[in-house]
Ligand binder design. Structure first.
Ligand SMILES: [Ca+2]
Length: 529
């Protein structure tokens, strides 16, 4: 029994994490939290086979030695039910490696990649630490007045009854309302990746996904047309979420939803939220949309092809294929109508308005360009951006109108630039990660026919993970609230960076640089740019 540390080489566009020559994980599920991506490996998923089928020699990413052809070693990742063990079999190469929870020395099996994963050849440290999280199995009792799970569940069922759930639906669901410490461990054993926008968007908004989105719009033309007419949400916007969330239904998760929900409801971290979600799931059963056995999804309780939380499912799902059930797992028409309803009604989509458009800040940008205005919290009329020298990406002038827009620079002033319109709020509401939401908006634009975004002429310097964390620590010391000091630059960190850039007279584009870090360390002053 041995736990290991591997070097990760990168991530390819099939969402496989490359650990070493021929050693890959298939990234099964991703959950965004701020700008962190938590990655889960599939349970009993034959990664090796998928890898062999899909990862052909001509798709080998840069940095992986050529000449191996079909001789790639295979990796099988097994996560035995609830036991939190990792077992890896490298077929033909290696014996089984098993990391038992009884050999635990560290908290959880965190796997953290530094955010320098721009380039495949860069050797990135992937620490795969095996072992059980520190929490005891009965931890849920501590925030429920010492109540056992059984007593907690009885109370939750009573709440469900009071919320209108029928006794028969409860009886039907009861066999599935069981506690699973493995779910709670997954929730705590977060594997956090720092991400670079161009890297992530290149992977998640890859051309195959754009083409699949366009093909789906053709296949389900009637449902898309109806959704656009009724809700005003463009087909490309729906298709992009559909592709990102589940690859159009191919990856919806494989865990019993009720078990996940009730386990997270008993756990202390987000108990109330998951109590509400459990009750919503029971209402979905009661309404006849899904049987408890059909409710299979991701470990955090999201359901269906666009990964709705049960509360969203209950509120926004519509029956678009007319069979009398709202089935977001099996009915593409229901998925299309429901996603449109959620975007329009829940996320307040504005019919007929754009969401995200790539732009260019004029090459000969005056030193007076107001970089500090490039901020999602600041909206200016489009005519104002035009005055500042902003054009469409192909150089065409922006319309001289007063449509409000924010200038979004996901990688600072040297990287891609977008105008984010009021409809972009639907994206940040869907998922508050800036990188995810920008990618989702960009993929939708691509599905709608926009050309690929321009790549930076030269690589954009990116602080390594440990320096991002150090910068965050210095920002905290300077009095800023950056949320978690985790090396991930979310909106709070960006706001703090901008404030310090203004203070130091640096271009205030919210992008963390080595120069800013040096200034904050009190290091030698360099010539101001
Ligand atoms: Ca239906």
């Amino acid at each position: 029994m041995e736990c290991r540390t591997w070097k990760a080489i990168g991530v390819n566009d099939d969402r496989q994490l490359i650990i070493g020559e021929g050693i890959h994980f298939h990234i099964r599920d991703e959950l965004w939290d701020g700008d962190a991506m938590r990655v889960r490996m599939d349970r009993y998923h034959p990664v090796g086979r998928m890898f062999a089928d899909r990862y052909l020699p001509d798709r080998r990413p840069t940095g992986v030695p050529a000449g191996r052809g079909n001789g790639w070693s295979r990796l099988r990742v097994l996560l035995p039910g609830g036991s939190d063990q990792w077992i890896m079999t490298l077929s033909g190469r290696d014996a089984t490696t098993s990391c038992s929870s009884t050999h635990s020395s560290l908290t959880g099996h965190h796997m953290r990649l530094s955010s320098t994963m721009r380039y495949f050849p860069a050797a990135l440290l992937l620490a795969l630490l095996c072992g059980a999280p520190p929490a005891a199995a009965q931890s849920g009792a501590s925030c429920h007045g010492g109540m056992s799970f059984e007593r907690f569940l009885a109370g939750l069922k009573q709440q469900a009854i009071e919320a209108g759930v029928s006794q028969s639906a409860l009886a039907e669901a009861s066999p599935y309302l069981v506690y699973d410490q493995g779910i709670v461990n997954r929730d705590r054993g977060q594997r956090v990746f720092g991400q670079i926008f161009t890297e992530f968007a290149g992977r998640m908004a890859a051309s195959y996904r754009m083409q699949q989105g366009q093909a789906k719009i053709k296949t389900y033309a009637a449902a898309f047309a109806r959704a656009e007419k009724e809700y005003g949400v463009p087909p490309a916007v729906i298709a992009a979420f559909w592709g990102l969330e589940s690859d159009f239904g191919a990856n919806m998760g494989n865990l019993p939803t009720l078990r996940s929900l009730v386990s997270l409801a008993y756990d202390c971290r987000r108990s109330q939220m998951f109590q509400d979600e459990t009750i919503a799931a029971l209402k979905i059963i009661d309404r006849g949309d899904l049987d408890p056995a059909e409710m299979i999804g991701s470990w955090a309780g999201e359901l269906g092809q666009t990964q709705f939380l049960p509360t969203h499912y209950f509120t926004y799902a519509v029956d678009y294929d007319g069979d009398g059930r709202r089935n977001l797992l099996r009915s593409p028409a229901d998925v299309i109508g429901s996603t449109a309803n959620y975007i329009a009604t829940g996320l307040k989509w504005r019919r007929g308005e754009p969401w995200l458009q790539e732009v260019r800040v004029s090459q000969n940008v005056p030193s007076s360009f107001p970089w500090d205005q490039a901020d999602l919290t600041i909206q200016l009329p489009r005519s104002k951006w035009s005055q500042f020298g902003v054009t469409f990406a192909d150089g065409r002038p922006l319309p001289n109108d007063d449509l409000p827009a924010s200038l979004l620079l996901p990688m600072g002033r040297l990287g891609p630039a977008f105008l984010a319109y009021p409809n972009f709020a639907a994206y940040t509401e869907w998922n508050n990660s800036l990188i995810y939401s920008t990618t989702a908006g960009y993929l939708a634009a691509r599905v709608a026919g926009a050309p690929p975004m321009r790549r930076p002429v030269t690589p954009i310097p990116q602080l390594p993970f440990n320096e991002l964390r150090e910068l965050q620590q210095l920002l905290v010391r300077a009095g800023f609230n950056v949320g978690k000091v985790d090396g991930v630059m979310g909106q709070q960190s960006r706001t703090a960076v901008k404030a310090m850039q203004i203070k130091y007279g640096l271009p205030a584009d919210s992008w963390p640089t080595a120069e800013l870090l040096a200034r904050m360390r009190g290091g030698p002053l360099r010539a101001a740019q």
